[in-house]
Design a binder for this molecule. Sequence first.
Ligand code: NAP
Length: 437
Amino acid sequence: MKSDPEGIVRVGLIGFGTVGRAFARVLAREGADLGLRRGVSLSLAAVGTRGAAGKHDPGLGAGVRWTEDLASVVSDPDVDVVVELLGGIEPANGLIRAALGAGKSVVTANKMLLARHGTALQDLASEKGAGLGIEAAVAGGIPILRALRSSFTGDRVTAVSGILNGTCNFILTEMEATGRAYAEVLKDAQRLGYAEADPASDVGGDDAAYKLALLARLAFGRDVSVDQIAREGITRLLPCDFVYAKRLGRTPRQLAVARVAPSGHLLLSVRTHFVSETSLLAKVTGPFNAVEVRGESGGPFVFSGRGAGGDPTATAVLADVVEIARGGAPGARNAPPLGFARLEPCTPATSDEFVSPFYLRFIVSDRPGILADLARILAENGINIDAVFQAPYEDKSALPFVVTLEPVSGRALAAAFVAINSLGFHVVPPLALPMTE
Ligand SMILES: NC(=O)c1ccc[n+]([C@@H]2O[C@H](COP(=O)([O-])OP(=O)(O)OC[C@H]3O[C@@H](n4cnc5c(N)ncnc54)[C@H](OP(=O)(O)O)[C@@H]3O)[C@@H](O)[C@H]2O)c1
């Protein structure tokens, strides 16, 4: 690791938004103490961001160079480590490649970029002998990537799953607590800073899929691509689903799941599950995250905490910078950032292998024979009904009711849904959610 003549490792920060600003502040606050406690000296040399003049923060020190020219931060001879906190694919990818190409270590929280181009960046870092710190890209402050990279190397991981999107978890737990509709709760989440102005990536499942792709690479050593992860958003849940969930002793959670199927292929999905009220995941509320890792020999381990937000994410970024400054950089030959120097190709398992009890919710224009039609189609596809529930509702033109199913494969259910969807009584398209212990 290059440093100045006094042994101070100089950081160039690109991106000064929620996480960038928090990182600069925590570095300014902890920098001197880190020297005493951790034996590393760090200083902020340059900040590159749009509108640099307006964002200039004198509290970060007089020696910091502020610029709009991001490339100049990367090529600055006074910068030893580049911290990328811009987000998005470009210009972040080009700038990180330029830094690694010059042998400079990089720390990034950019899950989207790492999910799409992480393998190529890992290869470049390894070729150039540079560090690549990625801890903050998954579950903010929770040190899950470091754990998968080092603590689980003695076991064979069979499943990694969890609540990876704080926006969805906040919305679902608020809908449950207040009985309000999705659109209203989303507005609150945006007002409180838990949801972006454009929430599509969070509520549609893409954000959790980026993180799951990274977790699955570290857990299984397979080159999981985001496009292989089936995903379904939370936007179709209605207040009545929470009423029925309670009646079933369950609560809805958006879960990202990567699990080894009996064929040895990976089941990969991001979708809402009805989890048991007594499960650990049910206790994870509001914007918190949790990740569960199951190993062949070790039992299940659960990591939970603040999965987003400036300060928790900044601490994960700083931990990577400290590791790099100490010379134990992720990216070194013995500790590749994605856990495995060479990832095997990934073949996703088919929906035949996803077998679960299911919750089906219908909203129909009431008429005789509806249940008989549904029961016939389910029976024709070899699917057993477990129970039927109907809470008392006045409005017969939009009547909700629920059918729960005994364990059924995703493929059989999808086949039944083709026929079910063509029935004429639906007011809202039916919803199917797996019920998970
Ligand atoms: N926020 C979280 O809780 C969290 C948690 C984990 C990981 N992350 C990841 O951390 C990264 C940063 O997230 P964030 O929430 O801090 O984002 P943000 O608040 O939008 O900040 C991004 C910063 O980069 C600047 N920027 C973006 N594109 C630029 C460009 N082309 N040229 C110059 N400056 C540019 C922005 O300037 P403007 O302000 O002018 O747009 C802003 O200062 C992302 O990869 C995100 O996925 C965030």
